[in-house]
Design a protein around this ligand. Structure first.
Ligand SMILES: C[C@@]1(CC(=O)O)c2cc3[nH]c(cc4nc(cc5[nH]c(cc(n2)[C@H]1CCC(=O)O)[C@@](C)(CC(=O)O)[C@@H]5CCC(=O)O)C(CC(=O)O)=C4CCC(=O)O)c(CCC(=O)O)c3CC(=O)O
Ligand SMILES: NC(=O)C1=CN([C@@H]2O[C@H](COP(=O)(O)OP(=O)(O)OC[C@H]3O[C@@H](n4cnc5c(N)ncnc54)[C@H](O)[C@@H]3O)[C@@H](O)[C@H]2O)C=CC1
Length: 206
């Protein structure tokens, strides 16, 4: 398994199945502002509610290849083993990303447990060995990587943009970028201000 971050903006995401597990996957996608297509004859009441609020698009039918052929990412969460397996085989053959919720080796992608602090994202995966352990490790990391990281990451992002724009020497850029990553800036916003003052005086924004 290769870890990668993917921008799903404007990509078609299809979930086959409309039960509690589909609901969980939908809620996770919604955290990232992603509206998925749901293909399923029966639909969980909470998914109906989300559809009424235009958070998902419903297709009340059994899944067929035509529902998936233009999707970028497919999640197979029906309780129909045969359909899950057939769609997974076709989807992989066509080079799609496929999460098979029951037998992960029939798919080629898995969803990790995630901790989000602004621009910081920590993903935990056990490669299907124990999703509960992934969740527990993520919960354990919540205290260490607390809300302080949100502002700190904004500082890192903004200074990085400034440095890339104004510091031409690669060597100098590295010095500034590495310095900003020093964790003492996490707890000392006044030190961040000093860093910005030094940076902008060494490299004024003309
Ligand atoms: C392979 C994978 C494919 C995929 O991506 O779906 C998969 C597969 C399966 N999950 C099952 C069960 C459970 N899954 C959870 C929870 C989560 N499952 C997630 C991911 C993954 N689950 C992928 C591997 C990720 C990894 O290994 O790290 C998380 C991390 C992310 C997310 O889905 O959002 C999310 C927590 C997120 C959070 O809390 O933030 C819980 C716990 C709970 O719900 O409290 C249970 C019950 C207890 C247990 O089994 O541990 C079963 C058994 C079904 C059965 O009973 O037969 C299968 C099938 C199999 O065994 O392969
Ligand atoms: N990855 C994960 O985190 C987990 C995965 N699972 C697996 O996820 C699957 C679904 O679990 P639940 O939502 O609890 O099941 P469920 O039985 O409550 O719901 C199944 C849904 O699939 C739909 N469906 C059935 N045949 C279909 C078809 N041919 N085409 C489209 N939709 C179809 C049904 O209408 C229903 O909405 C199970 O196979 C289970 O083993 C279970 C727990 C966790």
């Amino acid at each position: 398994m290769f870890p990668i971050m993917i921008d799903l903006t404007d990509q078609k995401i299809v979930i086959a199945g409309g039960g509690p597990i589909a609901l969980h996957k939908i809620e996770n996608l919604l955290r990232f502002g992603i509206c998925a297509h749901i293909v399923s004859p029966e639909i969980h009441p909470s998914i109906e509610q989300l559809a009424a609020n235009e958070k998902v698009i419903l297709h009340r039918k059994k899944v067929e290849w035509s529902d998936l052929k233009d999707a970028f990412l497919i999640m197979l969460v029906t309780d129909d083993k045969e359909a899950n397996e057939r769609m997974a085989t076709l989807a992989k053959k066509h080079g799609k990303l496929v999460v098979h919720a029951e037998h992960n080796d029939l798919g080629n992608a898995q969803i990790p447990a995630v901790l989000i602090r602004g621009k910081l994202m920590i993903s935990v995966s056990t490669g299907g060995a124990s999703p509960t352990l992934s969740k527990n490790i993520r919960n354990h990391l919540e205290d260490q990587f607390d809300e302080r990281y949100e502002e700190y990451l904004d500082f890192l992002y903004e200074t990085r943009q400034y440095i890339k724009k104004h510091v031409d020497s690669r060597h100098e850029r590295r010095i500034w970028l590495k310095k900003a990553a020093d964790l003492h800036y996490l707890d000392h916003p006044e030190e961040r201000d000093r860093y910005i003052a030094e940076l902008t005086s060494a490299y004024p924004d003309l």
